[in-house]
Design a protein around this ligand. Structure first.
Ligand code: NAD
Length: 299
């Protein structure tokens, strides 16, 4: 099996790298926060001192970093992937970033004879741990086919969605849907509770209605109803980053995104109210405070 470099060992990257080790892939890891490498080293991974070194050692390099600027720095910056990547090697960026940045980086790597796929993921940390992510892949079909077994170690639902950058486009569209639904449910449920229905009864009744959704059954059931808005799991700030990506793409393409824009304002309000680092369904909290009610289970 070929050696794989894994850069960015945070909430998502850590468990994704662990799944590659479990499936028997030899791994070399790097994170600018050195202590994030220690648990993977203990499980058998080698370590690199820089992104460049990871790329020199491995014909396939995966990046799982916060945002466009981090990917640009890790790949094109000093001691970055581009300085170490070999001819025929592949960079798979699994971060959620701007598709224009993705395409610029791919163009740069192509001049060095290297390939790139964008492969952002959906479903969040529990799926990253379980190896059941959804992965949206953009790039050459032949490179996708070649690297599919690597992706299959981290996800169960893997879609090749077209040329380079298209994975990011699908991911951004997915997150518009999640953000808008999360915000719409916030005001609907706060109204329901304020108007006198108990949260548990409201949740049960709505679960069989035509307004039921993945967000109700996951984000609301497991986070809002339980009052669990822990830090370190896809925070308000990251959803805002993805809505900004959607809005700037919409502006470039002259597509009005009115609901995405309203949702972004609601996430900004939550950030201003001190929820920036909290799990993103915390977007409901300013509304709860305004209404003087909480959508929490009594169970
Ligand atoms: P995170 O902030 O937990 O982890 C990012 C890691 O990257 C950190 O360990 C950080 O030290 C490291 N890093 C930053 N710059 C670096 C550099 N130049 N070189 C090496 N390491 C560097 O983020 P996360 O929650 O793991 O998210 C990663 C990406 O996945 C984001 O784009 C996010 O939008 C996306 N995503 C997250 C979730 C989720 O539920 N958390 C779900 C789907 C997609």
């Amino acid at each position: 099996m070929q050696n794989i470099g894994f850069i960015g060992l945070g909430a998502m990257g850590g468990p994704m790298a662990r799944n590659l080790i479990k499936k028997g892939f030899p791994l070399t890891v790097f994170d600018i926060v050195a202590e994030r490498m220690a648990p993977l080293k203990a499980e058998g991974a080698g370590t690199a001192a820089s992104c460049k070194e990871a790329a020199e050692k491995c014909p396939v390099v995966i990046t799982m970093l916060p945002a466009s600027a981090h990917v640009r720095e890790a790949v094109l910056g000093k001691r970055g992937v581009a300085e170490g990547i070999g001819k025929g090697s592949v960079l798979i960026d699994m971060s959620t970033i701007d598709p224009i940045t993705t395409r610029e980086i791919a163009e740069f790597l192509e001049k060095k004879g290297a390939e790139m796929l964008d492969a952002p993921v959906a479903r969040g940390v529990p799926a990253a741990v379980a190896g059941t992510l959804v992965i949206y892949v953009g790039g050459k079909r032949e490179v996708f086919d070649r690297t599919r077994p690597i992706l299959a170690a981290m996800g169960t639902d893997i879609y090749h969605v077209g040329d380079i950058g298209n994975g990011e486009v699908v991911k951004i569209v997915n997150n518009i849907m999640v953000a808008v639904t999360t915000c719409a449910l916030a005001e609907a449920l706060v109204l329901g509770v304020k108007a006198g229905v108990k949260p548990d009864i409201l949740f049960e009744a709505l679960s069989s209605g035509s307004g039921n959704s993945f967000v109700l059954q996951n984000h609301y059931k497991n986070s809002v109803l339980k009052g669990k808005f822990e830090e370190g799991v896809f925070p308000v700030d990251y959803m805002l980053k993805d809505l900004d990506l959607a809005l700037s793409t919409g502006t470039k393409l002259r597509i009005p995104l009115q609901f995405a824009a309203l949702s972004a304002q609601q996430y900004i309000a939550a950030g201003a109210a001190g929820e920036s680092k909290k799990y993103h369904p915390a977007v409901i909290r300013p509304l709860e405070k305004l209404a003087g009610v909480e959508v929490r289970s009594e169970a």
